[in-house]
Design a protein around this ligand. Structure first.
Ligand SMILES: [Zn+2]
Length: 264
């Protein structure tokens, strides 16, 4: 019996979607508007827990602390955290949400459009032979983040090494949200501020990259990595960065502290 071409096409599309496409469920999920949290404040014990890991919270004024709690709740209501061979705890969720909110705390209208799920791994991950602590990306990684719990806690526990994997990965997502991965987080910046920022980034790259060749063009990847590393440094050791690189510190302070003017 000959196969009707229509049936063939339908089967082809079903199989194509199954193997290469996004599932209906994922598609519907991606189109859903953000969900408002049921509660705007954190439980007392959860706030106390966060204050242990982020002592700066104690210096926030009432308004800022209120905003912080609401945004952490908002993150938890909108991003799934799935444990990979581990059970996700409330503490895990609170710390992941805190790392996500810190860079965007003063941008009350902005939330990650490119993140739906965080896959939490207990220790390091081995991806194509490489030891990985955190990962975001495009393609199969779209809307996803892989994160190591060890690295998450290390970031909050040890500030002296200036490493904070979770903040690093969230910074990449902010950078990627404008469609290009280039170390210029346009979603958080006014257009007129981008040029001086690029100059500073180039200057900094010249200083930190071991071999600098005048003709060298920095790749987007190098700039994106530098932005993510600077954000770690800024949130872990602000005073050290301020004394080492005052201009960059000022630029970062402006980037994270000044709300974007929607009219620009
Ligand atoms: Zn990176």
């Amino acid at each position: 019996m000959p196969v009707h071409p229509f049936i063939f096409i339908v089967i082809f599309f079903i199989l194509y979607d199954y193997f290469f496409g996004v599932s209906e469920k994922e598609r519907a999920e991606a189109q859903k508007p953000f969900r408002e949290p049921k509660d705007n404040t954190l439980r007392e014990e959860h706030l106390a827990f966060l204050e242990r890991y982020l002592p700066a919270l104690k210096t926030y004024d009432q308004l800022k602390l209120k905003e912080f709690q609401y945004r952490v709740r908002f993150f938890i209501s909108n991003v799934h955290v799935i444990g990979v061979r581990t059970k996700v705890t409330t503490e895990d969720r609170l710390l992941i949400a805190t790392a996500a909110i810190l860079p965007i705390l003063n941008y009350s209208n902005w939330f990650y459009p490119n993140l739906k799920v965080v896959f939490l791994h207990p220790t390091t991950m081995n991806i194509q032979g490489k030891r990985v602590l955190g990962l975001v990306g495009e393609g199969i990684m779209k809307n996803k983040m892989l994160l190591s719990r060890d690295a998450l806690f290390h970031g909050f526990n040890y500030t002296s090494d200036k490493h904070h994997t979770a903040i690093h990965e969230f910074m990449h997502l902010i950078d990627m949200a404008d469609g290009t991965v280039d170390g210029v987080p346009e979603v958080l910046m006014d257009r007129k501020e981008i040029l001086p920022w690029l100059d500073l980034m180039h200057q900094r790259l010249r200083n930190v990259l071991p071999v600098y060749d005048e003709k060298r063009k920095f790749t987007h990847r190098e700039k994106a990595e530098e932005l993510a590393r600077l954000a770690e440094y800024f949130f872990e050791k602000p005073l050290e960065l301020k004394s080492e690189e005052p201009e960059l510190f000022k630029a970062l302070e402006k980037l994270f502290a000044q709300p974007k003017n929607p009219a620009v």
